[in-house]
Design a binder for this molecule. Structure first.
Ligand SMILES: Nc1ncnc2c1ncn2[C@@H]1O[C@H](COP(=O)(O)OP(=O)(O)O)[C@@H](O)[C@H]1O
Ligand SMILES: [Mg+2]
Length: 315
């Protein structure tokens, strides 16, 4: 039997949002399959939050088609909102309430009984590793705990699609890893995740498939591994010659025959895109060039973004 792909849970065609004369989201097309972890990766101002708000039926699209769980957000906002979990970019917890009451109250909005809300709140406090903080005021929690509480809150209505807008922005590395672990569990349980981020490592960790967005447009689409294969080399040799010498060194490096697929000059270093980083370094040194430091690493989504836009993802 031929394989039939399941109906997408989100389908966008020519999805557009303008603010006056400014186009924040410019006719984008994408599908999200059930159970998939789908990412929007792009820098500040790319239109990620605007896209999330249109999907979540809190902001109206200007043009194009959009279907969420088979429904149009224009006409079925409440039905869609009841089946989505939403973690907005800025935490909007009720700071005067306890962690537990934030969850219970949110569940009550969705018409769940008090008993169900209490039970679900305890489960989710455990999931978010916040049992010890159940009675603490939301305001007194650390940034990482607030984020986990917002995630727990977004799961109160057992959503079909869980939307997370920059889940770990502003958190320290340890708090990010705790959060990634929680999100990974949700993904393992088959929850459909839609995640925006400007962190390429976050996208690589969490997303099965992603779109790279910049200035309201989709630059590329695929799994992290596919994107790296398509737009970058296997390895990257990073060399530093001192900021005043990088540009001149880049010309010499680029002149070495069959060394690199591409050489990028950043303010502080050169990126030499090559299948074999160690081999490339040997040849750079043979050539008489003496980098002050060198590093060989695998290509990442950061390299993909640089290739696609000529800019770094995090500025
Ligand atoms: N309500 C608004 N009115 C006018 N411009 C907006 C509004 N919301 C967002 N924008 C603009 O749209 C662009 C995309 O914003 P946003 O979707 O928040 O990007 P991202 O989430 O990728 O950082 C930005 O240039 C932003 O300034
Ligand atoms: Mg945003």
């Amino acid at each position: 039997m031929p394989q039939t792909s399941p109906e997408p849970v989100i389908r966008a065609r020519g999805l557009t949002k303008t603010y006056g004369a400014f186009t924040a989201v410019d006719a984008i097309d994408f599908d999200v399959a059930p159970g998939e972890s789908f990412g929007l990766l792009g820098p500040n101002g790319a239109g990620k939050s605007t896209t999330m708000r249109m999907i979540s039926a809190v902001s109206r699209r200007t043009a194009g088609e959009l279907s969420v769980l088979g429904l149009d957000p224009e006409t079925h906002g409440p039905e869609i909102r009841s089946q989505l979990g939403v973690v907005p970019q800025e935490d909007n917890l009720d700071t005067e309430l306890t962690a537990r009451d934030n969850l219970v109250l949110y569940g009550r909005y969705f018409g769940l009984s008090r008993a169900v809300c209490r039970e679900r709140a305890e489960e989710l406090l455990a999931f978010a590793q916040l049992q010890d903080k159940a009675g603490a005021k939301a305001d007194d929690l650390s940034g990482g705990m607030k984020r986990r509480l917002t995630i727990a809150r977004g799961l109160m209505n057992t959503p079909q699609i869980f939307m997370l807008d920059e889940p770990t922005t502003g958190l320290d590395p340890q708090a990010r890893h705790v959060l990634w672990d929680r999100l990974f569990r949700l993904k393992e349980q088959g929850t459909t995740l839609v995640i925006t981020t400007h962190y390429m490592d976050e996208a690589e960790q969490l997303c099965d498939r992603l779109i790279v967005v910049d200035k309201g447009s989709i630059m590329a689409e695929g799994s992290p591994a596919e994107l790296i294969r398509r737009y970058s080399s296997r390895e990257v040799l990073e060399v530093r010659f001192g900021s005043d010498r990088n540009a001149a060194a880049a010309e010499e490096v680029a002149a070495i025959g069959r060394l690199a697929e591409r050489v990028e000059v950043l303010p502080d270093r050169l990126l030499v895109y090559t299948p074999d980083g160690e081999g490339a370094l040997e040849r750079v040194v043979e050539r008489g060039l003496r980098p002050t430091t060198s590093l060989v690493r695998r290509s990442s989504l950061e390299d993909v973004f640089l290739r696609l836009t000529g800019r770094s993802l995090v500025d």
